[in-house]
Design a protein around this ligand. Structure first.
Ligand SMILES: [Zn+2]
Length: 293
């Protein structure tokens, strides 16, 4: 959800489109450094989330960070920027900090995975009091990025000295592009059985719910509106009706304009897939106002 004008504005945008759980950036996502959050802003953020009933479940780290980089200068910059991301999430009491494991940029997958685990351990030891769950996102595997196989995520967790600090975010578009076929019920069940066997469902903290503009195994990361891409409605029907994930936050990262109208459509499409028994629990957006952001 957009933080234009300040993080404190995100809850109202969520409320306007009928979202109850959101993810935000806590600073400009294309810059290394951000303006510090001030106390006034933080207080307003808490007040708005509470009064509007919006759960800001996750922050997403800045796109420049690469915790797997073999370049010492970039690695140091990345770790410091990641510590700042942890501090911001802690200040805002956001439970999960979502990050992509990183890209090995030529050093090789195994070396890259080792670097990520070392980076995580470094950051955790620098912030022993942090309460944020460092939540690794599954990736599409574009270029040299890591985390496109469940085994790679498992390896990072295994190699870290702080596995209890780590969680996983499954991005539906990314796992599909990485080759995990979730388009039908059977495929969906197989994929999450595999996830459970390799990583463990206990580690699954949240979903990024996106359709994919590119095909199965394309390893290209392009998000599409729900039901309009190669995953299609049946894959999402399995997801929203799976009892195991009933309380797992699901976050849209689908394309949208400044007024967020596309979010309303995507949320309605997803709500429409929920079986009759559970549908009355879903708070649709029909009586909500649209906010001009
Ligand atoms: Zn994502």
């Amino acid at each position: 959800m957009s933080i234009a004008g300040g993080v404190e504005n995100a809850p109202a945008r969520a409320e306007a489109v009928g979202a109850r759980s959101i993810q935000i950036f806590t600073k400009n996502n294309n810059r290394w450094a951000g303006k510090p959050l001030d106390q006034n802003q933080i207080a307003k953020f808490f007040e708005n989330s509470k009064t509007l009933g919006v759960d800001v479940f996750a922050s997403h780290d800045c796109y420049l960070i690469n915790l797997a980089s073999p370049d010492t200068e970039i690695l140091t910059k990345s770790r410091n920027a990641f510590l700042d991301e942890m501090d911001r999430a802690d200040a805002l009491k956001i439970p999960c900090l979502v990050f992509h494991p990183g890209a090995h940029t030529g050093s090789g997958e195994d070396t890259g995975l080792k670097k990520v685990a070392e980076s995580i351990d470094y950051c955790v030891t620098q912030r022993p009091d942090s309460r944020v769950t460092l939540t690794m996102e599954t990736t599409a595997g574009q270029g040299t990025s890591l985390g496109y196989k469940f085994e790679q995520i498992a390896k990072i967790i295994e190699r870290s000295n702080y596995p209890e600090k780590l969680g996983v975010c499954v991005d539906t578009c990314h796992i599909f592009a990485a080759g995990y076929d979730i388009t039908g019920k059977k495929g969906f069940n197989n994929v999450f059985e595999l996830f459970d066997k390799i990583i463990g469902l206990k580690k699954l903290k949240m979903f990024h719910v996106n359709d994919s503009k590119k095909g199965l195994g394309s390893r290209v990361d392009r998000h599409e509106h729900i039901g309009k891409g190669f995953i299609g409605l049946e894959g999402f029907r399995s997801l929203v009706n799976d009892a195991r994930f009933k309380k797992t936050p699901m976050i849209l990262e689908t394309p949208k304009g400044p007024d967020g109208a596309e979010d309303i459509v995507n949320l309605r499409v997803l709500a429409g897939l929920i079986g009759k028994k559970d549908r009355k629990q879903v708070n649709l957006t029909s009586n909500r106002r649209m906010l001009k952001c």
